[in-house]
Design a binder for this molecule. Structure first.
Ligand SMILES: [Zn+2]
Length: 332
């Protein structure tokens, strides 16, 4: 089964390892994503996020993002026969017959733009095609849905914290550019504003259903319904804390990410938001814990597991790659 994945933090891990003097190989490694694993997992496309953490890169958010974009370009340059950068609908149409794996550059943390629309446009020119408005810190655009200082505690939604004026300005500019606005990590108030003000479909690249697992990083039924009506997309996140229905009841370290759990989310999200809404957004290389699907190479096991859970092969195809492919073909 082909795979189109909306989010991973591999560029961040490669940058961090390099900066710490312990570089590892993208080609083959024992982490979540390697070139070997993507091939074995039959990937059609992986979105690679430039992820920055304000705590680690205070005052240097943009520089950290640019370093990760450089890692992305180094991977492309090292593997021209195997990877293909995707920037346009035309690129997507060429991808399937190219025999290569698509690679799309994205950003996780709108704060890297330093609230300057010119920097947003430069990122677009660099190939960035999707960007989360926030990560887990408030920035000039909006607020997140959890407080990172309490990462191990049940988190609470920042009710009422909608998009800031600059956030609305950025949304309009992203829509003009055809850079996808990504609401994963965004506050409930912010997502409500997105449903109200967005004129084009947007994404939640790595978020599940809050009715199935009550973590505030997941989407409420109100949001799933609204996003489905707007032609949006939401990628299943494999993080145990966002998958396990026992979140809040068990210790964080006892939570599990199982194929069954992911299937519960997918089914609920389709029931509420429609069958075109659901895609994959593993969050590989950004998560840890007990993962039944331990890395990219094992994705076929997840496809087989979804069939065992009662999904039709047509539904599995839609979730694994067809919904995402159509979404980007229509919206880039
Ligand atoms: Zn994330």
């Amino acid at each position: 089964m082909k795979v189109w994945d909306l989010h991973c933090d591999t560029l961040y891990q490669l940058r961090k390892a390099e900066n710490e003097g312990t570089p590892y190989l993208f080609e083959k490694n024992d982490r979540h994503i390697s070139l070997e694993g993507l091939k074995k997992g039959d990937y059609l496309l992986q979105c690679f996020a430039c992820f920055v953490d304000k705590k680690e890169d205070e005052g240097n958010l943009l520089a950290a993002c640019m370093e990760e974009a450089d890692v992305f370009y180094q991977l492309l340059e090292a593997h021209p026969e195997e990877l293909m950068q995707i920037r346009t609908p035309e690129d997507i149409r060429r991808l399937e017959t190219s025999g290569r794996i698509g690679a799309m550059l994205t950003v996780e943390e709108g704060g890297v733009c330093l609230d300057q629309a010119g920097i947003l446009r430069d990122l677009y020119r660099l190939g960035v095609r999707m960007m989360t408005l926030t990560w887990n810190y408030e920035n000039g655009l909006a607020s997140p849905n959890l407080v990172p200082e309490n990462d191990d505690e049940p988190c609470y939604p920042a009710e009422g914290k909608g998009l800031k004026e600059k956030g609305l300005e950025f949304l309009a500019e992203m829509e003009r550019l055809h850079m996808i606005a990504d609401v994963s990590h965004l506050s409930d108030g912010g997502i409500r504003d997105m449903l109200k003000f967005a004129e084009r479909p947007f994404a939640a690249s790595h978020s599940n259903a809050r009715s199935v697992c009550g973590h505030v990083r997941n989407l409420t039924d109100e949001f799933l319904r609204g996003m489905g009506e707007k032609g949006c997309i939401a990628g299943l996140n494999y993080c145990p804390m966002f998958v396990d229905p026992d979140y809040g009841k068990k210790k964080t370290s006892d939570l599990r990410s199982t194929v069954h759990g992911l299937a519960l989310h997918a089914r609920h999200m389709m029931n509420v938001g429609g069958e075109d809404l659901v895609a994959l957004g593993s969050d590989f290389d950004g998560i840890d814990g007990d993962l039944e699907i331990p890395d990219a190479s094992q994705m076929e096991r997840m496809a087989v597991g979804f069939l065992d859970e009662g999904f039709t092969s047509r539904e599995v195809e839609k979730i694994f790659w067809k919904n995402a492919k159509r979404f980007f073909e229509e919206n880039l």
